[in-house]
Design a protein around this ligand. Structure first.
Ligand code: NCD
Length: 444
């Protein structure tokens, strides 16, 4: 079976740890691995700019003895002639390359590519959605610097709304049992759909707290999220006044993702900035400072020489961890059996596409994408887009076999098989599709 890496959730904790072990080996002798993927080819299909991600993948493949095909400006490829992503990956995966590394501005693009590609697809960033290989790199850095991830206190700072690196990192940190503290640039908080997923799927509970200065993380009004492993802290934060984070293990800064801003975001007049003064804070005494790069002004260059600043080392470690990933997806190294339940998705069979996200691939490439959903919760019934992870928009849920529709809270929905669920925006649409309200015509 072909393995893809679309979301960081596609890898179990055990698999990620096994990749760390391989990455450790590869970093000890990066030039001695040229037999690992000899004769294999990786294709980089990049529809958005990139320096580190593309070059570190290509370096990784070359160090493994393989070759690379680079389409770094896909906008000047057949895409400009109107070729769909689905067709492009079928061509590239059909003999040109043994693995596809894809970066695309539409959220869920890698999921779509994985459905059509005959070879493994690696998501190298899909819009503001996810960036799982940056997360592997970030986790690997924590593993190297700290020796473990569980129990670490990690601060995520900056543009948490559009930073795909932050979204994938937060999901993984939650699974590893790290504490996650969010320090958003005002107006660029962690999106609600990410928070819901953290809560529903990973058991991470959001709590309000506040930051006045980056070095002094004190409780007042910003959002912060903690793993349930620390219930004593949770109850403490409910009455958050006067609270202060004692010790940060890693501070992860991100730049404003201005290329993704829409009109409602306006501009950012004063973006947060980490400098030498902040680094003097007691809470940051042992913190490593991370950044997926590129940086703008959010980290002052006056801390570049500080031994806690690891962002350049962090980028360098992207090569051995990507070597490990490529070797694994091409079947050259074995990973432990993945016991994580696969996330099942179902087609939205009737009615309009209920995904509310205009940047989702289900809207940007409707010719090739049948909208699909995954169930986030049964009671109340909540469903997410299988491509971009946003919650679907609907007021009622119908059952295709009974022809009745219900409120999402209805207990009757618990018995309906997912393939029979129909998401209805309003009564009118329900009537058009011949659904009647449950209970009105003699059914519950
Ligand atoms: C990140 C990205 O592209 O999302 N960069 C990267 O892959 N190293 C972060 C960013 O662009 O800000």
């Amino acid at each position: 079976m072909i393995r893809h890496l679309v979301s960081i959730d596609d890898l179990s904790i055990e698999e990620i740890q096994a990749l760390f072990t391989w990455a450790d080996r590869f970093s000890e002798d990066p030039r001695g691995q040229s037999e690992m993927c000899r004769g294999m080819i990786a294709a980089s299909l990049f529809y958005e700019p990139s320096t580190r991600t593309r070059l570190s993948f290509e370096s990784a493949m070359l160090r493994l003895g393989g070759g690379v095909l680079t389409a770094a400006e896909m906008t000047s490829s057949s895409a400009a002639k109107g070729e769909s992503l689905a067709d492009t990956v079928r061509v590239v995966g059909g003999g040109y390359a043994d693995v596809i590394v894809l970066r695309h501005p539409s959220e869920g693009a890698a999921q779509l590519a994985a459905r059509y590609s005959p070879v493994p697809v690696i998501n190298a960033g899909d819009g503001a959605h996810e960036h799982p290989t940056q997360t592997l790199c970030d986790l690997y850095n924590l593993h190297v610097e700290r020796g473990h991830i569980e129990g670490l206190e990690v601060v995520l700072a900056g543009d948490l709304k559009y930073s795909r690196t932050v979204h994938s990192f937060a999901y993984a940190l939650a699974r590893f049992g790290a504490g996650i503290v969010c320090v958003p640039q005002p107006g660029f908080e962690m999106p609600e759909y990410v928070v819901r997923r953290l809560r529903d799927e990973f058991g991470v509970e959001p709590v309000r707290a506040d930051t006045r200065r980056l070095g002094t993380l004190a409780a007042e009004s910003d959002a912060m999220y903690l793993t349930p492993q620390k219930p004593h802290q949770l109850s403490l934060f409910t009455d958050a006044k006067g609270w202060e984070l004692q010790q940060v293990d890693a501070l992860y800064m991100t730049r404003p993702q201005t290329e993704r801003f829409d009109q409602s975001d306006g501009g950012v007049s004063k973006y947060m900035r980490l400098d030498r003064r902040d680094m003097a804070a007691e809470s940051l005494r042992d913190a490593v400072v991370m950044h997926p790069l590129p940086r703008r002004d959010e980290i002052s260059s006056d801390i570049d020489e500080d031994p806690r600043s690891i962002y350049f080392k962090q980028a360098g470690r992207g090569v051995p961890i990507r070597m490990a990933l490529l070797s694994a997806l091409m079947g050259q190294i074995e990973l432990p059996v993945n016991n994580s339940p696969a996330r099942e998705s179902w087609p939205v069979s009737v009615g309009a596409n209920p995904c509310p996200n205009p940047s989702c691939i289900s809207h940007t490439e409707p010719r090739h994408v049948q909208p699909r959903f995954v169930l986030a919760s049964r009671q109340p019934m909540r469903a997410r887009c299988a491509y971009c992870s946003r919650e679907l928009l609907y007021r009622f849920v119908g059952c295709a076999t009974t022809g009745h529709y219900h409120l999402p809270e209805s207990a009757a929905l618990r018995k309906v098989r997912p393939e029979n669920l129909v998401f209805l925006p309003d009564e009118e649409q329900a009537a058009v599709l011949n659904f009647s309200q449950a209970g009105v015509r003699g059914d519950s």
